[in-house]
Design a protein around this ligand. Structure first.
Ligand SMILES: C[S@@+](CC[C@H](N)C(=O)[O-])C[C@H]1O[C@@H](n2cnc3c(N)ncnc32)[C@H](O)[C@@H]1O
Length: 473
């Protein structure tokens, strides 16, 4: 991608250094962590050929999404089939795809409203016999976009900051057309929407190689090239890219359906049916506890937000504005609902937290290290994060059936220069809340789009992530 700034020789040197570092890192890790170290990609190399296989390739820019090997490993290890698997922080729906593919039911929940859209498209039921009809309809709609005069303008105050004016005019026309497609063609409409999301990121000033929305030098330079091309070819360029993406995504959906032999039913509220089902919820954790009856879930596999790495809404807002899911006000409201954002921890959880030794130690370190830090919210945010995590673990204990499995995939980013022992804190939270700890495995990171901010210094530089597994007693 950055060919213009890095020469071939530099790239070869970089790759050589990277592999030496990776080899040394793995050696170091295996000395320190011994048998706890695992390589999930390697472990499942015969089951999953690529992290973007089937519909996992669709909208592959969700922040901090985990690789499909994470849920697949848990499903395989515990031999889950015909079970109910819940992901309370479902994000882009990786667990949903893996649950359904392996013959399990799935409940996907997230406070982010985009989850429903993404899970629906990634698990779209489709009869391969309709393939050519779908292609015809996609062609028809994309060519009809040229005639559309009704633009869709996102309710986004900062819109013109992110786009050159003429690109914006074309995008608003394209989106105006898509939003007006009849709901009778909802599936086609959704395939076009997710394809238009791709070009709406690509042709913006926002860095599209990172989930977080920011202007980079690299992207500004790339935009110059893209704009030249756009000025030569006009709107036709954007339409051709949408069609290309739509065909690619349709192929992914066909392959998913081909592999997903037994058909699942889509349900809209909890019903412990024996049929395979998919339920997508847009709830807070508190609401989730009301929605799902106690002791009904067989397995929870999830990756909660990292400490100080919230801001999922800020990262996905570009997509949500175009999808007409949010406006400036609702983005701010939703952001406050994210884990670790409630700056007043619930009091009984707060006192319970102080019984967790690794938490107390980490809090002491953070307090000391943040003395010279100007921001006042560091400590309350730290406390709020773990208070929310404790709430989530207690909720899991409530929802899981006896012997149910809770698998948490999480990293230990550095805060003020020192790593937080998240694994030890979570492990103790499990054992103090009706779980037997069965595994703590460390998966070495190869690449993952993680969120980074001022406090959470280097999620991109962390060596790997923990898979912590508990069994409900
Ligand atoms: C690490 S991401 C999950 C990514 C997911 N595993 C995937 O593969 O796409 C964490 C998710 O937690 C969600 N989240 C944050 N706070 C939440 C809350 N209070 N309740 C439910 N979901 C929340 C975020 O919106 C985000 O999608």
């Amino acid at each position: 991608m950055r060919k213009s700034v890095i020469s071939r020789e530099q790239l070869t040197m970089f790759n050589t250094c990277k592999s030496i570092v990776l080899r040394d890192t793995e050696e170091y890790l295996s000395n320190v962590l011994g048998e706890n170290i695992i390589n999930l990609r390697q472990e499942l190399k015969d089951d999953i050929l690529s992290t973007t296989y089937l519909t996992h390739a669709i909208h592959n820019v969700y922040p901090a999404k985990f690789i499909p090997q994470v849920p697949r490993f848990v499903i395989k290890k515990f031999n889950l089939k015909g079970k109910i698997i819940l992901d309370p922080f479902a994000g882009s729906g990786t667990t949903a795809v893996e649950s359904l593919l392996t013959g399990n039911s799935n409940i996907s929940n997230d406070v982010n409203p985009i989850t429903k859209f993404l899970v629906e498209i990634k698990t779209l039921r489709f009869n391969p016999k309709d393939y050519f009809d779908y292609l015809d309809r996609l062609n028809y709609h994309v060519s009809s976009m040229a005639k559309n005069e009704r633009p869709y303008i996102p309710r986004w105050g900062n819109l013109s900051y992110w786009y050159p004016a003429d690109i914006l005019t074309s995008l608003t026309k394209i989106w105006g057309y898509i939003h007006n497609i009849d709901e009778g063609e909802a599936d086609i409409k959704n395939i076009l929407k997710v394809s238009a999301l791709y070009i709406s990121r690509k042709y913006s000033y926002g860095e599209d190689e990172s989930p977080k929305l920011f202007k980079s030098k690299h992207k500004t330079a790339k935009m110059k090239e893209l704009l030249d091309k756009f000025h030569k070819l006009g709107e036709e360029l954007l339409r051709a890219e949408i069609l290309g993406k739509a065909r690619q995504y349709l192929d992914c959906i066909v392959q998913f359906n081909y592999r997903m032999r037994p058909e699942y039913q889509r349900i809209y509220s909890f019903n412990k049916s024996r049929e395979q089902f998919l339920l997508i919820l847009n709830n807070s954790l508190e609401e989730l506890g009301q929605e799902i009856p106690e002791e009904t879930i067989d397995c929870i596999v999830t990756s909660p937000p990292y400490i100080y790495a919230q801001e999922y809404f800020r990262s996905t807002k570009i997509d949500m504005y175009w999808l007409d899911m949010v406006d400036d006000k609702s983005v701010r409201r939703l952001t406050k609902m994210e884990i670790g954002q409630k700056l007043k921890p619930i009091s009984d959880l707060d006192s319970f937290l102080l019984k967790i030794e690794p938490y107390k130690n980490a809090l002491r370190t953070i307090k000391k290290r943040s003395e010279n830090f100007k921001t006042k919210e560091n400590i309350p945010r730290f406390e709020a994060y773990f208070s929310d995590m404790l709430y989530f673990i207690r909720l899991s204990a409530q929802l899981l059936a006896k012997k149910g499995i809770l698998a948490i995939f999480i990293g230990e980013p550095k805060v003020f220069g020192s790593p937080i022992n998240v694994k030890d804190i979570i492990s103790e939270m499990l054992t103090k809340n009706c779980f037997k700890l069965t595994d703590t495995l460390f998966d070495v990171i190869k690449s993952r789009h993680l969120l980074r901010n001022r406090l959470n210094e280097n999620p991109n530089g962390i060596l790997g992530e923990w898979l912590i597994i508990g069994e409900k007693l």
